[in-house]
Design a protein around this ligand. Structure first.
Ligand code: DX5
Ligand code: ZN
Length: 223
């Protein structure tokens, strides 16, 4: 079995000491980091623009996974993403609930024309079948295991049914998407997620609020 990818969410990092947070990730041999963009509209919280990401990218070699929890308000949909794309993300995730069908198509085209992995997220209450028509195109599916908006919430176990469904569909239809989970991941919930078929896990408070970052990363990967 392939090793689970652990992507620390910088939402829970100490912003007064980002160098130390980057160093902790490097020491734990982290390959991917997760960057949560929120707009106080799609979700009741506000986070980062692209400047902090640019600074992180300029002082590290991580692959970047940008999780947009936003409703795009720019006249031209694509304009919103320009500065983030300059940060060279490996993957960009938008919530399917925040876009029209036409915007989802634009988001797909934007990712592909910039050689960025195309990823869609689904909130806990969203029916997984909203993704049906995108399954063959998706490089990644982000299953939210908490309501999007805040770190430190409790894992919602019911979402594992979606993971199991996507994992079996992936196998039978030879689909290519990665199955990612985000929210409430710790040493207990990570095992349940891995058993259900999760391949990539985001963890924020569990990692950054700990003194033993590397040990916690290892605890998420192994039984
Ligand atoms: C929440 C964010 C998550 C958050 C996870 O909406 O998408 O990435 O940082 O934090 P934890 O791991 O603390 O639940
Ligand atoms: Zn996230």
């Amino acid at each position: 079995m392939k090793e689970i990818i652990i992507a620390p969410s910088f939402l829970s990092a100490n912003f007064a000491d980002l160098k130390k947070e980057i160093a902790r990730c490097e020491l734990a041999k982290i390959e991917w980091i997760h960057y949560d963009v929120m707009d106080y509209d799609f979700v009741p919280n506000l986070t980062f623009g692209s400047k902090i990401l640019k600074d992180i990218v300029n002082s590290s070699k991580f692959k970047i996974d940008i999780h947009f929890m936003i409703k795009v308000k720019t006249k031209k949909f694509e304009d919103f993403f320009v500065e983030y794309i300059k940060c060279n993300p490996t993957m960009m995730t938008m919530h399917i609930e925040s876009m029209t069908r036409e915007e989802t198509q634009k988001f797909y085209d934007l990712c592909k024309s910039n050689k960025i992995m195309f990823s869609l997220a689904v909130s806990p209450k969203t029916d997984i079948h909203v993704l049906d028509e995108w399954l063959e195109k998706l490089d990644n599916i982000l299953i939210m295991s908490v309501e999007p908006g805040f770190g430190g919430q409790t894992f919602i176990p019911e979402v594992l049914k979606k993971v199991e469904y996507l994992a079996s569909l992936k196998k039978t239809n030879q689909l290519n998407y990665i199955i990612e989970i985000d929210g409430g991941i710790n040493e207990h919930t990570s095992k349940k997620a891995a058993n259900a078929g999760v391949e990539m896990m985001v963890a924020g408070s569990y990692l950054f609020e700990s003194e033993n970052f590397t040990e916690k990363v290892e605890a998420l990967k192994h039984d």
